[in-house]
Design a binder for this molecule. Structure first.
Ligand SMILES: Nc1ncnc2c1ncn2[C@@H]1O[C@H](COP(=O)(O)OP(=O)(O)OP(=O)(O)O)[C@@H](O)[C@H]1O
Ligand SMILES: [Mg+2]
Length: 324
């Protein structure tokens, strides 16, 4: 045993966007490919909160959805509890599903509006045969509602009869129903009011302690990440550019992109780069040959435009930059 619940190695995910037939015929090209995740490697240790951070569109959700096998990876390995699940088919994935669960970004879109919330929580218990009968499923469901701070009378209501914060609590209850070993939380609070965000995060953190959960947490709010994470990986254009212990990353960022992110965060102190980022994020349809960050990097050298930096490790810290 390595103490890692999850080992992701060289994960690749892309989406092909086919052109209409006639255009394909005339231009003789097959259409565009969106390179969302470009060889991402990280591992999540038993009991920790590991955060993936980066700007909108950098591939966080795609990484999450691929890791939990809502998507099939185009390359790489996803070793969950010692077994590579990257190429398993739906049937082979059945016993894995209850053990890794996802909390989604948008509690409004991720709950079925036609299903009573109690049934929604009971469904995976019955489907995976984790309870003996409906009575036991109902007892588990009521206990879960209590855990997340809702009342048993609310079990027969529909999702639209709840507030946004309550709905996200229900999303958490549904994810916890099968007693998963790993919870992948994709920006679980970013669709909520600031006042509700803290409540939900506190709930998640207390559940983490109580249930001994391991969490892959996805976020772009750095103050939240600093608050809850053990280790952090920074993503840019589908690449992990830096990874390390939380305090190392926040106190001594090595990659120029990490410095820029920290400098741009309103709630964090400004000891790092003071130059705002200029230039555009390259298109994921046309990845640059060199470093993905080179077009916006204040320290760019000519080598950065020509050669893609490989990630290098030293003392648990990983960074992909020619200048470090
Ligand atoms: N189903 C899809 N088909 C085509 N392109 C997609 C699909 N899903 C995601 N993408 C593209 O892949 C890239 C990564 O998207 P992703 O949703 O993973 O980003 P993200 O980091 O989660 O962003 P956000 O912070 O906005 O949620 C984007 O360029 C996005 O447009
Ligand atoms: Mg996302």
């Amino acid at each position: 045993m390595t103490g890692n619940i999850l080992e992701v190695d060289g994960l690749v995910q892309y989406f092909d966007q086919p052109k209409p037939f006639l255009e394909r015929l005339l231009t003789r090209s097959r259409g565009a490919r969106v390179h969302a995740v470009n060889g991402v490697t990280f591992d999540v240790r038993e009991g920790e909160v590991f955060s993936l951070v980066g700007e909108s569109g950098c591939g966080k959700s795609t990484t999450a959805r691929t890791v939990v096998r809502l998507l099939t990876p185009k390359g790489g390995r996803i070793v969950f509890e010692g077994r590579d699940i990257a190429d398993l088919d739906q049937k082979q994935l059945l016993p894995v599903r209850p053990r890794v669960q996802m909390i989604f970004q948008n509690p409004y879109a991720s709950l079925d509006p036609r299903q009573r919330v109690g049934d929604m929580i009971m469904e995976p218990l019955l489907f995976h045969g984790l309870v003996a009968n409906r009575k036991e499923a109902r007892e588990r469901m009521l206990a879960l509602l209590d855990t997340i701070g809702l009342h048993s009378e609310q079990a027969d209501r529909y999702p639209h009869q709840f507030s946004g914060g309550q709905r996200q609590r229900l999303g958490i209850a549904r994810a916890l129903a099968t007693s998963p070993r790993l919870v992948v939380a994709d920006e679980p609070v970013s669709a909520l009011d600031v006042s509700v965000q803290a409540q939900i995060l506190n709930l998640m953190m207390s559940l983490r302690e109580r249930l001994g959960l391991t969490c892959l947490f996805i976020a772009h709010d750095l103050s939240v990440v600093r608050h809850i994470s053990d280790r952090v990986a920074i993503m840019y254009l589908g690449f992990i550019v830096e990874q390390g212990e939380r305090d190392e990353i926040f106190d001594h960022p090595l990659h120029p992109y990490t410095e820029a992110l920290l400098a741009a965060a309103p709630s964090l102190d400004k000891r790092f780069v003071h130059v705002p980022l200029s230039g555009d994020v390259p298109s994921p349809m046309n990845l640059p040959e060199g470093c993905a960050f080179a077009s916006r990097c204040p320290r760019r050298a000519s080598r950065c435009l020509e050669e893609r930096p490989q990630i290098r490790e030293s003392g648990g810290r990983r960074v992909a930059c020619h200048l470090v």
